[in-house]
Design a protein around this ligand. Structure first.
Ligand code: DGL
Length: 270
């Protein structure tokens, strides 16, 4: 009864970890498309092709539900997948919805007119593709008024994390926060709109300052998944074993994953 968790690389492990903490008995099939990461510098069609290939693999392994634990795929490919690709008996959900729900303090299905919300000045840190898609701002505008979103495309951060170069990742995060602050000196909240970024959450928080609320996407997604599975228990799928799949080098990816999650993780070839 496995649920699939997909990311271009290691970032989705932050979501997997939060899901495992919420639902320790839920088998999870993780798919990291490490051979093709980062997605954030690819065009929408490329992201769609890669994401559908990975999700098809997870469907074949018995998943009925796959979480795109990747903001870039959620922003660039999810709608197209849901409209014309996902089979009737399967579901693919993204990671942006729970975040927008938390920020706007309302449920996704609430179709009432947009309302004022508490957070007025929000910094969005995401990959170049997510920022270019403007998906986050579009969804927010349907639900909230008067929110000023300043987006910062954080080039290079995902590559540095995937390469395990945390010194470079640290320096890049600080310089992206500086760049954001030149455009928006006093953000009230910050959204880490890429699942790799929670691995650098402390650096973001330090560079932003303690007064800025950093939204934790992983926990929000885990809570929302638990709620979804309670309402749709048949979406748990038929697989009953957890599995870590990668298109990259399994030994190298296992080593990085073990370092990030601080517990032994063994990836196998997808
Ligand atoms: N971790 C992914 C995200 O949330 C993708 C990063 C990338 O591959 O560029 O956007």
């Amino acid at each position: 009864m496995a649920v699939g968790v997909f990311d271009s690389g290691l970032g989705g492990l932050t979501v997997l970890d939060a899901v495992a903490a919420h639902m320790p008995d839920l088998p999870l099939i993780y798919f990291g498309d490490n051979a093709h990461a980062p997605y954030g510098v690819r065009d929408a069609n490329d992201i769609y092709e890669l994401t559908t290939a990975a999700v098809a693999n997870m469907f074949e392994r018995g998943c009925n539900l796959v979480i795109l634990a990747c903001n870039t795929a959620s922003a660039s490919a999810l709608r197209r997948m849901q409209e014309s690709w996902v089979p009737r008996d399967k579901r693919v959900l993204g990671v942006m919805v729970p975040l927008i729900e938390a920020l706007t303090e309302r449920q996704w299905g609430d179709n009432s007119p947009p309302r004022e919300v508490a957070v007025k000045h929000t910094a969005l840190f995401a990959t170049p593709a997510t920022v270019a898609s403007r998906a986050f701002q579009r969804e927010l505008a349907f639900r909230a008024i008067g929110v000023d979103v300043e987006a910062q495309a954080c080039g290079g951060v995902v590559d540095a994390i995937e390469d395990g170069d945390m010194i470079l990742a640290d320096a890049l995060v600080r310089s992206h926060v500086d760049a954001l602050k030149r455009k928006m000196p006093n953000p009230q909240a910050a959204i880490l709109g890429c699942t790799h970024y929670p691995l650098m959450e402390q650096v973001f928080q330090e560079a932003l300052g303690a007064e800025v609320t950093v939204f934790s996407q992983a926990k929000l997604v885990a809570a929302s998944l638990e709620d979804y599975l309670n309402r749709h228990p048949h979406m748990r799928g038929s697989g009953d074993e957890s599995l870590f799949l990668t298109t990259g080098d399994p030994a190298r990816v296992s080593q990085r994953a073990t370092q990030f999650l601080r517990r032994p993780i063994t990836f196998v070839a997808a």
